[in-house]
Ligand binder design. Structure first.
Ligand SMILES: [Zn+2]
Length: 306
């Protein structure tokens, strides 16, 4: 929706302040009934589940990203912790499938809808992020002052493995995209990858340049995943249903196509609006374009022109 259309809608219903406030509203402070209903535990494979997340809109259903739950011999490893105030719900859902304690948190990246409930799990759990993500988290109010004790304890640069045999988890960093610290988490024996917001939804991605993200690098980074990670068939994305390796290949092609079309439009002197209106992504089945303009703007900004 364009700003003019929103304004038109606002004036149309005569509730300017209310509607603007709703558009700018922060996520709910805790679980609403709609968000709780959208948050289920689903089996992915054997000892791997997700506590489902949602897309950021509609706001009242938003709980954060998909949380992976991996039950190992030594305890439960979770990947991403949703928004703040969702820890108890995550724990309650996990308790329906195992009595083992949560021993480890991995965050795919810095955003509050993936790190928000780290605090709930306390300071005794092991917590791991890519090193750039730790630096990004240090800038967040949620991890400043007294709360710095909830920052991840362990970092890695390019690659790290945890556990052995059926419990092995491989962490990979392949370069910038959504942020400059996106981890790809591979549950080796289960041929499953959690790709976080590098594979968020079927729409243009959010390129967070304030945290080092890059629309120019995104397709290259995903290419490195596709060539560098072997033997995966199942992919957990940031805010979408469980998908396949082929779906990740399609999303990589989408990001490459988005970059190529945006750079061509820039070269042709088109404005962001003209560029967005001229694009055709109809070959990508089921993809929406609600986030296209913001992504085009981010690539224009990154490339250094209007
Ligand atoms: Zn994110």
């Amino acid at each position: 929706m364009t700003r003019a259309m929103i304004l038109g809608a606002v004036i149309g219903i005569g509730g300017l302040s209310l509607t603007v406030a709703a558009l700018q509203a922060p996520p709910p402070a805790g679980p609403t009934p709609a968000a709780l209903a959208a948050t289920k535990i689903e089996k992915v494979k054997d000892n791997l589940y997700i506590v489902t997340g949602t897309k950021p809109m509609p706001r009242e259903e938003f709980s954060g990203g998909n949380t992976a739950v991996f039950i190992t011999d030594n305890g439960v490893v979770i990947v991403d912790t949703k928004l703040a105030n969702w820890g108890q719900v995550i724990l309650d859902r996990i308790k329906t499938v195992t009595n083992k304690p949560i021993t480890t948190i991995i965050n795919t990246h810095t955003h509050g809808d993936h790190t928000g409930s780290n605090e709930f799990f306390g300071t005794t759990v092991e917590s791991i992020v890519q090193e750039n993500t730790k630096a990004n988290m240090e800038k967040m109010d949620a991890f400043k002052g007294d709360k710095a004790k909830f920052l991840p304890k362990k970092t890695y640069k390019d690659r790290m493995s945890l556990g052995k045999g059926k419990d092995q988890i491989d962490l990979y960093y392949f370069g910038p995209g959504h942020t400059n610290g996106d981890t790809f988490v591979v549950f080796r024996a289960l041929r499953t990858l959690h790709a976080g917001d590098m594979f968020p939804w079927k729409d243009a991605p959010f390129i967070d340049r304030n945290n080092g993200g890059s629309g120019v690098e995104w397709p290259k980074t995903l290419s490195k995943v596709l060539s560098g990670v072997k033997d995966v068939d199942t992919v957990i994305g940031g805010h979408q249903p469980v998908a396949t390796w082929k779906d990740l290949q399609t999303f990589q092609q989408y990001t490459a196509d988005l970059l190529a079309q945006t750079q061509a439009a820039l070269k042709a002197g088109k404005s962001v609006d003209e560029a967005t209106a001229s694009f055709n992504f109809s070959k990508y089945q089921g993809f929406e374009s609600t986030r296209l303009k913001a992504a085009v703007q981010a690539i224009y900004d990154e490339t250094g022109k209007k």
